[in-house]
Ligand binder design. Structure first.
Ligand code: ADP
Length: 227
């Protein structure tokens, strides 16, 4: 669950990126975040991931009040979120399996758990036969599916996808959103930032439009697609 209450955020140089934002996203929702460049989308994601702290207002994510979150609680908080980036951010020197296992190893997961969990999430993303490949040996769409598998591996309650379709072909972009929808139907809340209005129109659903640091629109739009 995400709850922003009267949140403003100013950068050190005085630029106001967010102004008095109120936003509530319930557990299990799927929401698109749209808005032109410079609107404040990335600044909002940084607040949600506790990379920055609101200048004023309250930010609550997955039950953690990020305004007064203790440093020692940050790793546990971050593990409750899976993040997917536009540029995949896979480690080139590691196999697909190890890219995903890495996220579990840092949590001290047992070898036995890793051996079961990694193939499970790879299978969910349709990548069962790619475990031994390196990122440069698979396509862009597959790399993004590996990134989705990695985002899922710690069983997060929230998935934040920051322009996840920005580097893949249109058909694959569609597939990535379908996978995010599927993930969402299994429980996690999904927040997807995108500038691809066609995709949003196709899928429909809750759409939050940020402009000039404020929420210009927050509502449901009908999709043109059955799924
Ligand atoms: P978006 O992600 O929607 O493109 P941003 O959140 O990056 O928008 O930017 C919101 C506003 O904050 C813009 O005016 C941008 O120029 C400004 N901004 C972004 N990053 C910084 C920074 N590190 N320092 C100062 N201003 C910034």
């Amino acid at each position: 669950m995400i709850d922003l209450v009267n949140v403003s955020f100013d950068y050190e140089n005085g630029t106001t990126a967010l102004k008095d934002v109120n936003l509530k996203i319930n557990s299990g929702e799927f929401a698109f975040v749209v808005g032109s460049s410079g609107a404040g989308k990335s600044s909002m994601l940084k607040l949600l991931l506790r990379e920055t702290i609101a200048t004023t207002g309250k930010v609550i994510v997955n039950g953690y009040n990020l305004t007064n979150l203790k440093n020692k609680e940050i790793p546990k908080f971050r593990r409750s979120i899976g993040v997917v980036f536009q540029d995949f951010r896979l480690i080139p020197s590691m196999t697909v399996f190890d890219n995903i296992a890495f996220s579990l190893r840092v949590t001290d997961a047992s070898v036995r758990f890793i051996r079961n969990r990694v193939p499970y999430v790879l299978d969910l993303m349709g990548l069962a036969d790619k475990a031994r490949r390196y990122p440069n040996e698979i396509s862009g769409g597959e790399q993004q599916r590996v990134a989705l598998a990695r985002a899922l591996v710690n069983d997060p309650t929230l998935i934040i996808a920051d322009e996840p379709t920005g580097n893949v072909d249109p058909e694959l972009a569609y597939e990535i959103v379908e996978l995010l929808k599927e993930i969402n139907s299994c429980g996690p809340t999904v927040l997807m930032v995108t500038h691809e209005h066609d995709l949003v129109r196709q899928f429909g659903g809750r759409t939050i439009n940020i402009e000039n640091g404020t929420i210009a629109f927050d509502g449901y739009i009908g999709g043109t697609d059955e799924s």
